[in-house]
Design a protein around this ligand. Sequence first.
Ligand code: UN1
Length: 495
Amino acid sequence: MSKEYKNFINGEWVDSVTGETFENRNPANWDEVVGVFPKSNKEDVDKAVAGARHAFKEWRLVPSPERGEIMKKAGDIMVQRKEKISRVMTREMGKVIAETRGDTQEGIDTAYYAFGEGRRMFGQTVPSELPNKFNMTTHIPIGVAGLISPWNFPMAIPTWKIFPALTCGNTVVFKPASDTPATATLFIEVLLEAGVPPLAINIVHGTGTAVGIPIVEHPDIDLISFTGSSQVGKIINEKAGKSLKRVSLELGGKNAEIIMDDADLHLALEGALWGAFGTTGQRCTATSRLIVHEKIYKKFVDLLLESTQKLKLGNGLDESVDVGPVVNRGQLETVHSYVEIGKQEGATLLCGGEPDETGDLKKGFFYKPTIFVDVNRNMRIAREEIFGPVLSVIKVASFDEAIDVLNDTDYGLSSSIYTRDVNNAFRAMRDIQAGITYINGPTIGAECHMPFGGVKETGNGHREGGWAVYDFFSETKTVYVDYSGKLQKAQIDNR
Ligand code: UN1
């Protein structure tokens, strides 16, 4: 019997109004059902929003240091449950256990960061232009936050949204990706045990169309934070725009690593492997393009091929495995269709290029780590987000060409350059069009206390992570206190 899960709405664990359900299966072994979840719709969302709206009346008045302490407790509970959460996460989305432990750790770090922010929430005091008058800004809660998260970081990304949303005094209606509802549910259990008021946190399981869109369109939801594809992000922005909701979008990427001729090649190689094939390439920060200087191109490609062929595929619960499955059949098909496109476009397939169905692997959705060489910047495999273990290698003749190729994309999330030349490193920091640039590190590995987000079609200018996300989740209130005892007319009485 597989475990049956529920929504948490209006303070209660409940089925969906229709009683319909969906299954969540293990991508490493599709016969294994991880759990059965409520298939919800607009009516479930309405109930959740009503609960959250009600809870906001009191939660907004709880001092933010006290809210932060609840987040700290949540972090402490997650420390205790780190292994359990990580194993569930590997079972439901496939990435290897070392990485799901890292994902849970990122959630813990985000909790502890929220604890600190609860005591900061600084406003500013500013001199008034009039005598006997005092000016300041404060942060105030906004209302009900609608949070929609993806499946590739089933714990970290929900915590990036939920901890700051709650710490800032908002209440939450949360829809996790339908590929990773179990990890999300474990997180809600943690929050309730830590002391988040039950009505302040709601989880509604289901599809983007049946649950996500009603959240985005709901008149009683004040802000939306979404992580997912650029295509869906545009739809969300348009729909939310009708009611002028505040919207934070973290969308696609086509991240590149530049390897200059003066780079430490072994370091660059480790970075490329980790960036391209970690999480089976399913990160919005994944390295999907390698831009390699012609002087070291041949040597580097040989090293890359040799190391890639050593990567071990398998069930992520096996500690010796390097690369897990892709998340589901649809993703496997997308990845494979891009491989076909790459071949038709004239790129040379260096390795991989097909599913791995050896032995038990045929029970899941395993795809061999794939490298294309002789790629040029105009090919679709060099321009479109694939979200799988496919790496395109592009040869360049100079630093300037490398930067130009890197920037020649609709996206701008993460980026990386390996060089020992400090001048080029600083020019790269200035000239690369991306929200994140790593010098001598891979494109992945964001730390939770730093702003995270991108330029161009990667987002709409907001940042998650760090202090920046606390601005997104709170309203700036400007306050003037006139203690002169008389009417003072700004711009008139003082001129
Ligand atoms: C994502 O790729 O969706 O930088 C988030 C990283 C992670 C977060 C990535 N810490 O790779």
